[in-house]
Ligand binder design. Structure first.
Ligand code: GLY
Ligand code: MN
Ligand code: MN
Length: 432
């Protein structure tokens, strides 16, 4: 394992809290991820289903979890299934988790091989009225790919047509929204790795480099520090490329005098970090770049104070957009009169220069569970990421830190360089 496993107490507590939310006489069936085909005889790098990881700590493909808290046989109240290691596969790919190891990681006493899944599940289902199953309910995501849980729903509905089926995602979402001390430790670790990568970028970035060379510096620092990789495809966007919000080709040359927008974050132990910084390619902001940068930085500093209990992303997004609108007026992008005269119902003027939200939840997934309308509570982690994109000037700026909601919100990236002078100083001190 590339990371120190979390304590099984964390997963035990998550299961216990989930069980408290279930209807009486119910069974939860959750499939872990399988590997996804890439090309030829290769698969994509394995990534566990976040809900499955949250309840089991098992980071291996093809595992299953069944919970049947009212089962008369106590050994069948929580059962984890892992795939038996075929001796030939062990020769080629190494050993898999034994039942004992899986039990130690998850804190689940009964661990069986996946070949026993259907017969064990049948026993649980016959004691239950309701079967809870999982679909990825991320609001803005859909895919034609039927994952294991999606296929299992069809299969179990056909096998058990007289049972009541329910969604488990809302209950797990409710739990995942507030981060525990253990989770905050893992987030802190991925944040620390991300900070080291940023320091490396400040030391290595020079005009004439390719964007992908900067990406390589980030990846190098991530891998050598035990990250399992990037939490999302990193954005390394120079000049006008920074105005493409999801620019990930990273294949342009860094030109003297341009800005470079970086949006990157490590994953450690399946927990994400999400950071954006904007730096001058040659180590010195032009007066106009600095003026725009400080405008965004000023909004960022105000914006992060808004992430307090009782607020919501929907509400703070509006407040932050208005702060940016005022900065756009100050920067001469349009006038206060233009704002006053804009047609009601049309897309607001500021949208020309700032067209995304300022926050999302973050945790096991970089865009973690939770809605724009979710009322913020202490212990939630969100990003704060105001931006400004002036395509006609070749300027794209975003500043993004991860924030822990509290009466005084805690900036988990407060140790990252952020002031324009600080960035210039560190770039000048280049030693690599
Ligand atoms: N890089 C993804 C995001 O900032 O939301
Ligand atoms: Mn983000
Ligand atoms: Mn980001």
């Amino acid at each position: 394992m590339r990371y120190k496993p979390m304590t099984p107490e964390f997963f035990k507590r998550n299961r216990k809290r989930l069980i408290e939310k279930l209807l009486p006489d119910s069974t939860v069936v959750l499939a872990g991820n399988e590997t996804m085909p890439w090309s030829g005889d290769q698969d994509f790098t394995f990534r566990q289903n976040s809900n499955f990881f949250y309840l089991t700590g098992i980071d291996e493909e093809n595992a299953m979890l069944c919970l049947c808290p009212h089962h008369p046989d106590p050994s069948l109240r929580e059962v984890l299934f892992v795939k038996h290691a075929d001796p030939t596969m062990v020769i080629w790919y190494g050993k898999r988790l034994s039942q004992e190891e899986a039990s130690d990681l998850s804190g689940i006493k009964t661990v069986k091989w996946t070949s026993d899944f259907q017969s064990t599940l049948r026993d649980m289902v016959m004691q239950s009225r309701t079967i809870y199953m999982e679909l990825n309910e991320y609001l803005k995501y859909s895919t034609p790919v039927a994952d294991r849980n999606r296929r299992l729903i069809d299969e179990l509905k056909s096998l058990y047509p007289l049972h009541q089926f329910e969604r488990i995602a809302p209950q797990i979402t409710e739990l995942r929204l507030s981060k525990s001390t253990e989770e905050l430790e893992y987030i802190a670790k991925s944040i620390d790795i991300t900070r080291k990568a940023f320091l490396r970028v400040l030391k290595t970035t020079k005009p004439g480099m390719m964007e992908y060379e900067v990406e390589a510096e980030i990846s190098y620092e991530f891998m050598r520090r035990g990250a399992s990789g990037h939490a999302y495809s990193p954005i390394v966007a120079s000049g006008e490329n920074a105005c493409v919000l999801h620019y990930i080709t990273n294949d342009s040359v860094l030109r003297d005098g341009e800005l470079l927008l970086l949006d990157f974050g490590a994953v450690y132990g399946n927990y994400a970090a999400d950071c954006s910084r904007t730096i001058p390619v040659n180590g010195k902001f032009t007066p106009r770049q600095k003026q725009c940068y400080n405008a965004v930085l000023d909004v960022f500093k105000q914006a992060k104070t808004l992430l307090v209990p009782g607020a919501s992303i929907e509400k703070t997004n509006k407040q932050i957009a208005l702060l940016l609108e005022q900065k756009m007026i100050d920067l001469g992008l349009f006038t206060a009169a233009d704002v006053k005269n804009q047609a009601s119902g049309a897309s607001p003027l500021y949208f020309r220069y700032y067209m995304h939200g300022a926050s999302h939840f973050m945790g096991l997934d970089v865009h973690d569970v939770g809605l724009k309308t979710t009322i913020l509570r202490k212990g939630m982690v969100l990003t704060c990421e105001p931006g400004l994109y002036i395509k006609e000037e070749g300027i794209g700026i975003r500043i993004e830190n991860d924030i822990l909601v509290d009466d005084t919100p805690i900036d988990l990236m407060r140790h990252f360089p952020i002031e324009a002078d600080e960035i210039e100083k560190l770039m000048k001190e280049s030693t690599l």
